[in-house]
Design a binder for this molecule. Structure first.
Ligand code: HEC
Ligand code: HEC
Ligand code: HEC
Ligand code: HEC
Length: 227
């Protein structure tokens, strides 16, 4: 077989193998067999298919249960979510808990007693919304400081403080439930365990301060200066 012949042979083979099946598949009624039985029930657009994309069809063989064993967590109280998930505990992280160690008498009494002394919570400065919208008692139950409260006065434990944030930041809350805001702990395999809002944001001053990169990029500087 000459070189030319061999090349034309290969091209013809290519047409049969690659192009012909493609051509028949785009011609209506030409495929001859039922490759896509679901198409009989009507065409499914990408968007329609995505609507069910949250229904996880992957059967995981691994689990992060073991990795999570020593991590303090609670089952999230999120009726909005179809799936159960865990959130990091907060209460056990708070050094001054139980607050009732000092707050066993009414706040007004405590305040009168400590009037001339250094403020007990001198390290807490409220930089969150304006003072019209927010004061200590917006979030803390001043009748029982061992717990938080909602705007309507319903009790919340410190472990479920994300529900408090959700009252005003509903968009971030929805994103957090879906996994688009926040972060997972211990990998992607189930069960799902995520950081609570207060794991990242200080509720008293929640905005992140702008900061410089950890290291000056000297290479970039050289490039910018054309050296
Ligand atoms: C070591 C004692 C002590 C502990 C523990 C303590 N507090 Fe206090 N707290 C005080 C005193 C005293 C005051 C009275 C005002 C002051 O001195 O700042 C006070 C005041 C407050 C106020 C009112 C502040 C204001 O300006 O109106 C809040 C809210 C509060 N505490 C929350 C808490 C919470 C929540 C905890 C637990 C996580 C806690 N405290 C734990 C001593 C304590
Ligand atoms: C937006 C809601 C909110 C407001 C307003 C607020 N707190 Fe808190 N506070 C929290 C939450 C939530 C925690 C638990 C934080 C965590 O999980 O680490 C907390 C923790 C604390 C603690 C224990 C941890 C620590 O930093 O010592 C004290 C004390 C406290 N708050 C006092 C106050 C005082 C005093 C004010 C008013 C000046 C205030 N808080 C205003 C939500 C709030
Ligand atoms: C009573 C309503 C209310 C509650 C409860 C509340 N926030 Fe806020 N928060 C606000 C308002 C109002 C602002 C100011 C928004 C602005 O300046 O655009 C704010 C600002 C913030 C910011 C800064 C946003 C920015 O763009 O800089 C963060 C982060 C934040 N809140 C997180 C939280 C977290 C976490 C909690 C729960 C511990 C919480 N908030 C609870 C009302 C609330
Ligand atoms: C894993 C850490 C983490 C967790 C958990 C987290 N956040 Fe954030 N949040 C961030 C970061 C990072 C930003 C971006 C800050 C910036 O751009 O300056 C942010 C930004 C925000 C802002 C500012 C507006 C915006 O969307 O950029 C709000 C409000 C907020 N978070 C609320 C919440 C609430 C409410 C929760 C819980 C339901 C939560 N966050 C959980 C890290 C976290």
């Amino acid at each position: 077989m000459s070189m030319n012949n061999r090349v034309s042979h290969m091209i013809r083979a290519l047409i049969y193998v690659v192009l012909l099946p493609f051509a028949t598949s785009i011609m209506p009624g030409c495929s001859g067999h039922e490759e896509h039985p679901h198409q009989e029930k009507g065409h499914h657009s990408i968007v329609e298919q995505l609507r069910h994309a949250d229904k996880d069809t992957i059967e995981y063989e691994v689990s992060t249960e073991e990795l999570m064993a020593d991590i303090k967590k609670v089952l999230a109280q999120v009726p909005e979510s179809e799936k159960e998930f865990y959130v990091l505990e907060r209460q056990s992280m708070i050094k001054s808990y139980p607050c009732s160690n000092c707050h066993s008498v009414p706040l007004e009494e405590l305040k009168a007693e400590s009037k001339d002394k250094k403020k007990a919570h001198w390290n807490i400065e409220l930089v969150h919304a304006g003072s019209d919208a927010m004061e200590c008692s917006t979030c803390h139950d001043t009748n029982n400081l061992d717990q938080l409260k909602t705007i309507t006065g319903k009790a919340l434990t410190f472990d479920h403080s994300y529900k408090q944030c959700a009252q005003c930041h509903s968009q971030q809350y929805k994103d957090w439930i879906g996994g688009a805001h926040g972060k997972r702990v211990a990998g992607w395999a189930p069960p799902r365990l995520i950081y609570s809002c207060a794991s990242c944001h200080n509720p008293h001053s929640p905005a992140f301060k702008p900061r410089w990169p950890a290291r000056l990029n000297t290479q970039k500087l050289k490039e910018l200066n054309g050296k």
